[in-house]
Write a new protein. Structure first.
Lengths: 248, 274
């Protein structure tokens, strides 16, 4: 048993940096995949729906860890090039969480009132313009809370890379634990590290959500100091107007 | 409001060259079914340019279906629709009539503006941008030109001071007036009005109808309305068409339809709503 020296702390902090990088890169890839696949899944051409649906099912149904191994160990056999473990992990996490995220995108897009699309048609917007100017801006605020969940899942999922020897927080922790023989303080410290990272992400996403809601004219919800939300205060300045609905 | 100050004025010279009573909308043997339910049955009717035509009839009689067909929100099973001489549902290719492609539909549809029962403003855009977005990105107006046009129209509907509000900050009546401005900003030749006051609180109806009355009286835009406001219909219409089960069973000037309807169904309907 020995002290956790500064050198060992450095290992942990470097691990934090790797974890942050991994989270950011995978999240960026996952967001792009989620958007493309999510939109493709309600495309008017069946073949596009089919391919994107297959992607969704396959990547949702496979283990991110095995996928990571597969990309790292099997892909080189077939294609002759080798990804460094960090990028193999980014790819595996991004593709997997992108599949989850596509469901969020699809749901949010479909939740936009059909009447909004009709108004877009009535003004002769092209389908791409309708999507860009009308549908996505309204779907975006709805995507943020579930995206936040996925992002935190992703952050914690990055611990898988320690198995491949990527020096993230979890990897650093096992090194430090081996060096000091102390399990309790080390694992407590990294629990807290993950929690702090997750908390920072959540606060960031809340800011994003408030901005997004303000961008569609919704008043930001009153927030309590730490967690949770209070009931929305009804607007005083307008007669509530119904949105959506269609007559014949 | 005087006719010469409205931004609509230009439409008399530019967008509306044929406001001379010639045929603007033509339905030719149009049949529309929803499943086994035939809503329109081989319907023929025309609306002449510059006219204000109101469609009345019980709900389910096919009135709104006509507007939705014109807006290409739905497609007819049979028949053709022409707007200002161009097929809306079809296009001519090598002398043959084929179902219209998206691009053709969008071109013809630019002649048509629609105001919805539920306003359907874009909640992610402020009032001004709701009105400028389509003129800029569909008609290709410069942003300045579109803004000038939009501000003029928002003044016309009495909301010139709410350009920077979001739709959610407006009352239903205000939203509907913005929606009218948004439709007019495209300088359509024909304005479709789909029960535009049905979703409004009673005290807000008058403001919206006043705006429409102004537009009807000071411009030569063609209007096709579906409404349950019989007083409004009487006030602005040149012609009233009574629908029943997908057919026009009676038509004529409002004085005649409202005071001496010939058809039994028309009498029943009017006694129910008046």
């Amino acid at each position: 048993m020995s002290e956790i020296t500064w050198g060992l702390w450095e290992i942990l902090l470097k691990g934090v940096w790797i974890t942050v990088q991994l989270t950011v890169f995978s999240a960026a890839l996952a967001a792009a995949v989620a958007l493309v696949v999510g939109l493709a899944r309600s495309h008017r051409l069946w073949i596009v729906r089919f391919i994107s649906g297959a992607y969704f099912e396959i990547f949702r149904g496979t283990s991110a860890l095995i996928l990571m191994f597969w990309i790292f160990f099997v892909l080189p056999l077939g294609f002759g090039w080798q990804l460094v473990p960090l990028w193999a992990a980014t790819l595996a996490l991004g593709l997997t969480y992108g599949a989850y995220g596509s469901e969020v995108v699809r749901g949010a897009v479909q939740a936009v009132a059909p009447a909004q699309r009709e108004a877009g048609i009535a003004l002769s917007f092209t389908p791409a313009q309708q999507l860009r100017k009308i549908i996505l801006p309204q779907a975006w605020p709805e995507m943020i809370p579930p995206f936040n969940n996925l992002l935190i899942e992703l952050l914690k999922g990055t611990a898988l890379v320690s198995i491949m020897g990527v020096a993230d927080i979890a990897f650093g922790a096992s090194l430090v634990r081996n060096a000091t023989g102390q399990s309790a303080p080390v694992y407590t410290i990294i629990l807290l590290m993950y929690f702090v990272l997750a908390f920072v992400l959540t606060r960031g996403m809340r800011v994003l959500e408030r901005q997004a809601k303000a961008g569609i004219g919704q008043r930001p919800e009153k927030r309590s100091r730490l967690i949770g939300r209070k009931a929305e205060i009804p607007r005083q300045d307008a007669t509530p107007a119904t949105v959506g609905g269609e007559g014949r | 409001m005087s006719a010469d100050s409205t931004p609509l004025n230009t439409s008399k010279e530019t967008a509306n060259p044929a406001a001379d009573g010639s045929e603007l909308i033509r339905f030719d043997k149009v049949t529309k079914r929803f499943g086994s339910n035939t809503v329109l049955d081989s319907l023929d009717f025309t609306v002449n340019s510059g006219k204000h035509v109101t469609l009345i009839g019980a709900s389910g009689s096919g009135k709104t279906t006509i507007l939705r067909l014109l807006m290409t929100l739905i497609k007819p099973e049979e028949g053709t629709i022409k707007v200002a001489g161009d097929y809306l549902t079809h296009e001519e290719r090598d002398g043959e009539l084929v179902p219209a492609g998206d691009r053709h539909v969008r071109e013809v549809r630019k002649k048509i503006g629609m105001v919805f029962q539920q306003f359907n403003l874009f909640p992610n855009m402020k009032v001004l941008r709701n009105v400028t977005e389509a003129p800029v990105h569909v008609l290709g107006l410069s942003p300045d030109e579109a803004e000038e046009r939009a501000r003029g129209l928002l003044d016309l509907v009495g909301l010139g001071d709410r350009c920077d509000a979001y739709p959610s900050q407006l009352s239903g009546g205000q939203q509907q007036r913005v929606a009218i401005a948004r439709a007019l900003a495209m300088r359509p030749q024909v304005l479709l009005l789909d029960e535009v006051t049905s979703a409004l609180d009673p005290e807000l109806v008058a403001g919206v109808l006043d705006v429409l009355r102004d537009i009807a009286h000071t411009t030569d835009i063609t209007m096709l309305c579906v409404t349950h406001e019989m007083n409004f219909a009487r006030d602005i219409s040149d012609d009233v068409l009574m629908f029943d089960a997908g057919h026009v069973i009676e038509s004529g000037p409002p004085e005649k339809i409202f005071s001496e309807p010939e058809h039994e169904r028309t009498r029943e309907f009017l006694s129910a709503v008046l």
